[in-house]
Every structure is written in structure tokens, then in C-alpha cells.
Design a protein around this ligand. Structure first.
Ligand code: ADP
Length: 161
């Protein structure tokens, strides 16, 4: 069984993330969307909130699981018996950092492979930060985040003003 892990902050999940999740879930037997819990990084949504949004958004994808991890991704991969890391690429600007991470993860565990998926051009401009910025300022974030979680995310962001 081929299991892939799609790691990220997902603070919050966007339609760009969803596009990668849907496409990767068609390639692997199981896809684990793994929320990074990083005590050194300030996040807007709690890990529980982020996981709950993802859970609702992927409800119709039977082979997608949601989890979180803290520490090394390769250790989490081992604990879940996963072989492939999925990363999305939006632009050249994503490349340098992701390239470094992929090589570092390979050094830490040569059995783990990183696979990159190109963004759908419709979402190439989309990031969680953009969603938060617009939402906070009272702009419409419809079409940027999955419909099922749109009211919850919009409400939380408006409250942060
Ligand atoms: P961000 O805050 O930049 O959205 P995340 O850590 O939540 O970052 O992203 C997790 C993964 O999803 C990364 O591999 C990132 O490159 C990818 N990703 C984020 N947004 C998109 C998008 N719009 N299209 C494709 N991949 C994306």
C-alpha cells in the first residue's frame, strides 16, 4: 500500500491546498494531510481548528486522513508507514526552500521520496496569508477556501480585526 503525506501549516486550508489534496488522493492508496504543530511559529488558527476545517473539506474523499505532527517530518512518516512526501509548487519562489527541504529529508531518510505537484494556475496566487489578510479586512474570501468551511473561517477572521 502506497501512503503519501501532505504536510503544511494549513492556517487555514485554501482551495489551492484542496486542489493538491484531490489530485494526490487519486495517485496514492492513502493520503495523510498532516498539520505541522510548530511552537515557535505564530499561527492564527489552533491545530484543532485547522484539522477540523480540513476534516470538513475532505469529508467526501474516503482515502484522505487528517493528522498532526511536531518535530521531524521523517519521524512522522516512519510512524505512519508512509513513503512519499507531497508538496505543492506555486512559483519559482517556492522552489528554493522546497528543494532544500527535499534534499534534507532525503539525507535524514534516503527511503523517503518527495514529489512536487504544480499548482493549478487558478490558484497560483493563493496562500493562507492572502486569505487571512483579505478576511481580516472584511473582503470576500469565497472561492479562496472550501465552501463548507467558508462561514467559519470568515467569521473567525472578521473577529480578529
Ligand atoms: P502557505 O501558508 O504558503 O499556504 P502551507 O504550509 O499551508 O503554506 O502549504 C502546504 C503546502 O501546500 C506547501 O507544499 C505549499 O507549497 C502548498 N501550497 C500552498 N498553497 C498552494 C497553492 N495555491 N497551490 C499549490 N500548492 C500550494
Amino acid at each position: 500500500m502506497k501512503t503519501a503525506v501532505y504536510p503544511g501549516s494549513f492556517d487555514p486550508i485554501t482551495n489551492g491546498h484542496m486542489d493538491i489534496i484531490k489530485r494526490a488522493s487519486r495517485i496514492f492508496d492513502k493520503l495523510i494531510v498532516a498539520v505541522v504543530r510548530n511552537p515557535n511559529k505564530v499561527s492564527t488558527f489552533t491545530v484543532n481548528e485547522r484539522m477540523e476545517f480540513i476534516r470538513k473539506a475532505v469529508a467526501e474523499l474516503p482515502n484522505v486522513e487528517i493528522d498532526y505532527f511536531e518535530g521531524l517530518l521523517v519521524d512522522f512518516m516512519k510512524s505512519r508507514n508512509a513513503q512519499v512526501i507531497i508538496k505543492g509548487l506555486r512559483a519559482i519562489s517556492d522552489f528554493e526552500y522546497e528543494f532544500q527541504m527535499a534534499l534534507m529529508n532525503r539525507k535524514l531518510d534516503p527511503n523517503i521520496e518527495t514529489m512536487f505537484m504544480m499548482t493549478n494556475y487558478k490558484y497560483s496566487y493563493l496562500s493562507s496569508s492572502v486569505v487571512k489578510e483579505i478576511g481580516r479586512l472584511g473582503g470576500c474570501i469565497g472561492e479562496l477556501v472550501p465552501d463548507v468551511v467558508l462561514p467559519d473561517i470568515q467569521k473567525r477572521l472578521t473577529g480578529l480585526k
